[in-house]
Design a protein around this ligand. Structure first.
Ligand code: FES
Length: 195
């Protein structure tokens, strides 16, 4: 039994046809597959490899490199928390512990299918550490307390946009305004040649 539909195969063939080399279309085809199935497990890897005339190892190498490709079905809301050193200095590890309490083990979906979470590399949002995303929507300062607030709001049925907007409303944003020019430092006293 195949996992991917005939419609997927048609789309994949059309996408591959846009490129001089089939392998160049792999990421786009993987996105199509993930959109259809929700994740990319070994069965999906085999079928994508078959459609693209690549080996399963070729496809698996790309799937396991990019964190946007999920190996298991994520929950309706996927919380991605940066735990790189920049966010780690601002308590990201404590937030990760909190998410383990609130959501469960990383990469596992809650029994109601509502939530899952993962650790990710730098989101290039280090100024709002600990930085996070929910379904790729940026979330600032995800401290343990704010993680609890976020999970409570999502479990309570609040719209994702509203839940995230509330966290932006009282985020501690870095001061991006240009700083006042500082006073020039007093110049060193001149030393005379015959001193
Ligand atoms: S280190 Fe976390 S966003 Fe850059």
């Amino acid at each position: 039994m195949t996992v991917l539909s005939e419609a997927f195969r048609t789309r994949a063939t059309e996408i591959v046809g846009r490129y001089p080399v089939a392998r160049s279309a792999l990421i786009m085809v993987l996105h199509e597959a993930q959109d259809e199935v929700g994740y990319i497990d070994d069965a999906v890897i085999e079928e994508v490899a078959d459609v693209m005339n690549l080996t399963a190892a070729d496809v698996a190498g790309v799937v396991t490199f990019y964190t946007m490709f999920k190996r298991t079905h994520p929950g309706k809301y996927l919380i991605s928390l940066c735990t790189n050193p920049g966010c780690g200095m601002f308590g990201a590890d404590d937030t990760a512990d909190k998410l383990r309490d609130l959501v469960g083990p990383e990469h596992e979906t809650t029994s109601d299918g509502v939530m899952s979470w993962e650790q990710v590399e730098c989101l290039a949002y280090c100024g709002i550490a600990p930085a996070a995303q929910v379904n790729y929507r940026d979330v600032p300062n995800l401290t343990p307390e704010r993680a609890e607030r976020l999970c409570g709001a999502l479990r309570g049925g609040k719209e994702l946009k509203d839940a995230v907007d509330e966290l932006w409303a009282d985020a501690k944003l870095p001061n991006m305004s240009p700083s006042e020019p500082s006073e020039p430092e007093a110049s060193a006293p001149e030393v005379s040649a015959d001193a």
